[in-house]
Design a protein around this ligand. Structure first.
Ligand code: DX5
Ligand code: ZN
Length: 218
């Protein structure tokens, strides 16, 4: 069954706890937390302090998407703050295998992310070391951007490799996911759909998530 991970980037930060409870009650599977440093991406958002603050608010796994340079320096802090999954960008990691091991050693599930312009081949050698592969379908940095269709074939490729290698990591898609694009992702092999604006910008979040998941089934 397809999972949904609302991205709190599009939530109302003045009432963040309430926003998280709202999507948890509405059926969310993960809470997607977008961490941006103003260097790797042109925006600054959330740090470990916010992750720590929202941890007691929800039973859902916190899916922490690090869009930062030098993630190794912050992994322990995010783990201690309560992250359940930490994903790092291939483009930000010179020693990707080492970074993924560091996440695992911190007691957190490791995941790897690819920007739209990065080929799937760049992570083939670490597929055995991850619990999740995140395919970006926008250039990271902001919510509310349009879905980049060229990235869909990467979902297919990763799903094929997962089968060939007998692995069981989840494939997650992030960026521009809504009722129009959800099915493209699940048809290609995605298991988890991240949705920011398509959930939080709607008044009925339960309905918004149901609509996306229904559309994903086609
Ligand atoms: C983009 C973030 C996404 C973003 C998705 O840099 O990684 O998680 O919040 O927002 P939407 O669903 O609005 O594209
Ligand atoms: Zn994200």
């Amino acid at each position: 069954m397809t999972k949904i991970a609302p991205s709190i980037l599009s939530a109302d930060f003045a009432i963040l706890g309430q926003e998280i409870r709202d999507v948890e009650q509405g059926g969310a599977d993960y809470i997607h937390v977008d961490v941006m440093d103003g260097h790797f991406v042109p925006n600054i958002t959330i740090g470990p302090l916010i992750v720590e603050a929202i941890k007691p608010v929800t039973k859902l796994p916190l899916d922490v998407h690090l869009m930062i340079e030098n993630p190794d320096a912050y992994i322990q802090q995010f783990a201690a703050a309560g992250a359940s999954i930490i994903t790092v960008h291939q483009e930000a990691c010179v020693h990707l295998h080492r970074t993924l091991q560091l996440i695992k050693k911190s007691g957190v599930k490791p995941g790897v992310v690819l920007n739209p312009a990065t080929p799937a081949e760049m992570i083939k050698e670490v597929l055995r070391d991850v619990d999740l592969v995140l395919i970006m379908t926008v250039n990271p940095g902001f919510g509310g951007q349009s879905f980049i269709h060229q990235a869909v074939n990467k979902i297919e490729k990763i799903a094929e490799w997962r089968k060939e290698l007998g692995l069981s990591f989840e494939i997650e898609v992030d960026g521009g996911v809504n009722t129009e694009t959800a099915k493209l992702c699940t048809d290609a092999g995605a298991d988890v759909l991240v949705a920011g604006s398509a959930v939080f910008k709607k008044s009925d979040r339960n309905q918004a998530m149901d609509d996306i998941l229904t559309a994903a089934k086609g």
